[in-house]
Design a protein around this ligand. Sequence first.
Ligand code: ADP
Ligand code: MG
Length: 254
Amino acid sequence: MSKILAVANQKGGVGKTTTAVNLAACLAVAEQPTLLVDMDPQANATSGCGIQPQDVEKEIIYHVLLGDSPAENVIRQTKISYLSLMPSHINLTGAEVEMVNMIAREQKLEGILGELRKKYAYIIVDCPPSLGLLTINALTGADSVLIPIQCEYYALEGLGKLLNTIRLIQRHLNPKLQIAGVLLTMFDARLNLSRQVATEVKSYFGNKVYKTAITRNVRLAEAPSYGQPIVLYDILSPGAQNYMSLAGEVINHG
Ligand code: ADP
Ligand code: MG
């Protein structure tokens, strides 16, 4: 049974892309055929997999969303076996504008992923830091949403808006959408603040919080500049261990 997971939070810098890339890579290392879909015009998931957005400018998710290219022409194999990528490019910004007048504009990605899910055990969608049409497409096409929360000041700020968007999508576009889990990111057990945020998030989301928290680890921040997921860059780092553990939870509990 395949699973489509959107990684979403309209706040920037909370660890969405780091999570999408490294969770996808760890699922692939566990020999689960996985597709990483980059829905962010910033294309950080694309470059984080070692693919330069300028090299794929003419064949990105944008062309699939607008119906100009079949998905198969756009999907790339990455350096990791079992991990494929549907790349992005800054041009994807234009899709948000061009899609506005399209029929069923919220359901474009759903149609694409519906076809692709036969081929993969997991499809992980990295969302941009907004609740615009690209994120709405991701949430409409997904089975569930993984919400990264940074263990920082104002961690829960804006979360109400995200949860409200999820409820609206459940009501109008995708009744099967669930919250897969809430992931604590950039956790530092030595800091009171980190522990406070973790306690607050757990009291709000209860057993929806993944047991694995992603600790702050500089290797995770370095890896993208080498175009490598953490399992290639430094398999022994705490970051790699954290994301392998998260992949285990996703495989076992969804
Ligand atoms: P988002 O996609 O939500 O904007 P990113 O995944 O790009 O967030 O993360 C924001 C920044 O924080 C990036 O520079 C990334 O390398 C860094 N980062 C993410 N997670 C960690 C972590 N666990 N430890 C250290 N740095 C991290
Ligand atoms: Mg990002």
